[in-house]
Design a protein around this ligand. Structure first.
Ligand SMILES: [Zn+2]
Length: 81
């Protein structure tokens, strides 16, 4: 029972929020806690950011860059749906 009239939170907004760059609006927050797709994506973004941070610390950014690209591709797919 999914309400398709409710727009997903913009993946870029989730990404910025995960980076601590911006707060979610009330509407986005309420959507996020009710939407499995957005919740999953937010979790994946957080995981990817963790990986990137670890890789930066280790000086091996290129090793996990594909993971970040993977997450963004997944995000694009969700937008398209
Ligand atoms: Zn959603």
């Amino acid at each position: 029972m999914r309400n398709d009239t409710t727009p997903h939170v913009e993946p870029l907004v989730l990404w910025q929020n995960a980076c601590g760059g911006s707060d979610l609006s009330r509407r986005d927050y309420q959507h996020l806690i009710a939407c499995t797709d957005c919740e999953t994506l937010a979790g994946e973004i957080t995981d990817a950011l963790d990986d990137i941070e670890k890789a930066l610390t280790a000086g091996a950014f290129t090793l996990t860059l594909p993971k970040a690209v993977q997450v963004l591709a997944h995000a694009a797919k969700i937008i398209a749906n």
